[in-house]
Design a protein around this ligand. Structure first.
Ligand code: PMV
Length: 333
C-alpha cells in the first residue's frame, strides 16, 4: 500500500502509469494486430532487467502480416488462449502476460484474451515481440486511448525488449537511451521495406529452447569475456545498416546482418555454462549459404536465440533460393 501511495515520479513504472490517460470503460472488447520482427543488428544484454533497458541500440525489420492478432474481452476472470488452445493460469506464459497487463489495465478489469499467431510456423519460432506489442495496441483500443508512438513503444518494451520494435512496420531502430528511468529507450520507424527485399525462414527445430532469451542474455553479460566487445560490434554495424537501408544496398545489409548475428552467438557460446542454440543442421545450412554465396548467389543468414535461420535475399533470386531450400517459408510483407 505504501508503495502505491508513494510519489509516482520516484518509481519509473509508476511514472509511466501516470502518463496513461484515464481508463475509459465504454468498450468491452477490442482487437489488435502487431507484426513479429527480426533484428538485423541484435539486442543482446540488458542494463536494467526490470525496465528491460538494453545495453545497445538495435535495428530490425517487421514482418508485415506475420505476427500476433489478439482479441480482448472484459471478463469475470483472466483467461488466455493461444491459437485456440487454452493456456493454464499457472503457466509462465499466462503469468508473464497478465503481470504485464496489470501495469496498464484498470485494476478492476479481468480479461479474456484470444491470441492468434499468424506466422505460418509453430509457436516456438514466433517471438514474444509481436505478442506484447499487440497486447499494448489492444489495451489502447479497449480504453479508447491514442498513445504517442514513443509511449506505445516504451510500454511494449516493458513486456519484452524486442516488442518495443514490433509496434512499427518496416525497418525500425530501438534507441538504447541512457536515462535510468528508460524514458529515452524506445523504437522509431526508419524506412519502409524495399519492395524486392525478401525474408525466408528455415526451420531446423520447433522444440522448445533449452534456455530462454532472458536467462541466456543475463548469463552472457555476466560470464562471457567476449561480451565486452559486443557494444563495439553494434557501434560498427548500426551506421553501416542505416546507410545500406538508405541506399537500398542489399549486399552490405546482408553482410552486416549476418556478421552481427554470428557475433551475438559467439558471445553466447563464450558464456559459462555455454549457451549453444545451434544444432548440426544450423551449421550445415550456414555452410550451404556460404557455398551458394561463393557460387554467386547473394543470400545471407541471421539467427535469433534459437537454431532456426532467417534468410535474406532479393526478389530476383527467389526461385533459385526455393530450389536450394525446398522447405523455405517466405515471409509475405
Ligand atoms: O525481447 P526478447 O527478450 O525476446 O529478446 C530478443 C533477443 C533476440 O531476438 C535474440 C535479438 C533481437 O534483437 O530480437
Amino acid at each position: 500500500m505504501s508503495d502505491l501511495m508513494s510519489d509516482p515520479m520516484s518509481d519509473p513504472l509508476r511514472h509511466i502509469q501516470s502518463l496513461l490517460p484515464p481508463h475509459n470503460t465504454r468498450n468491452v472488447t477490442a482487437e489488435a494486430y502487431a507484426p513479429a520482427n527480426i533484428a538485423l543488428c541484435k539486442y543482446w544484454g540488458k542494463r536494467d532487467a526490470r525496465l528491460k533497458l538494453p545495453v545497445t541500440d538495435s535495428l530490425s525489420v517487421s514482418l508485415g502480416t506475420h505476427g500476433t492478432r489478439m482479441t480482448l474481452q472484459r471478463a469475470e476472470t483472466d483467461h488466455l488462449s493461444i491459437n485456440g488452445q487454452p493456456i493454464s493460469a499457472d503457466s509462465q506464459t499466462h503469468r508473464r502476460l497478465f503481470d504485464f497487463l496489470d501495469l496498464i489495465r484498470a485494476p478492476e478489469h479481468r480479461l479474456a484474451i484470444d491470441s492468434i499467431n499468424t506466422i505460418p510456423i509453430a509457436a516456438g519460432l514466433a517471438s514474444s515481440a509481436s505478442a506484447f506489442a499487440c497486447a499494448v495496441k489492444a489495451i489502447e483500443t479497449l480504453y479508447a486511448w491514442e498513445l504517442p508512438p514513443r509511449l506505445r513503444s516504451i510500454l511494449a518494451r516493458l513486456g519484452s525488449g524486442s516488442a518495443s520494435r514490433s509496434v512499427f512496420e518496416g525497418f525500425v531502430q530501438w534507441h538504447a537511451g541512457t536515462a535510468p528511468d528508460g524514458m529515452d529507450s524506445y523504437a522509431e520507424p526508419l524506412a519502409p521495406l524495399w519492395p524486392d527485399f525478401r525474408i525466408g525462414i528455415l526451420t531446423v527445430s520447433e522444440a522448445p529452447k533449452p534456455i530462454g532469451s532472458t536467462e541466456a542474455m543475463e548469463r552472457t553479460v555476466q560470464t562471457a569475456p567476449l561480451y565486452e566487445a559486443w557494444p563495439r560490434q553494434v557501434e560498427r554495424d548500426l551506421p553501416r545498416l542505416q546507410q545500406a537501408i538508405r541506399d537500398h544496398d542489399f549486399a552490405t545489409l546482408g553482410q552486416v546482418a549476418e556478421h552481427n548475428a554470428l557475433a551475438m552467438h559467439a558471445t553466447m557460446i563464450a558464456s559459462w555454462p555455454p549457451v549453444i542454440y545451434w544444432l548440426p543442421e544450423t551449421t550445415a545450412h550456414l555452410h550451404k549459404i556460404h557455398h551458394l554465396r561463393r557460387e554467386g548467389l547473394p543470400v545471407y543468414a541471421t539467427l535469433d536465440a534459437g537454431p532456426n535461420l532467417k534468410l535474406l535475399y532479393t526478389a530476383e533470386h527467389e526461385t533459385d533460393l526455393k530450389a536450394h531450400f525446398p522447405h523455405l517459408i517466405q515471409i509475405q510483407h
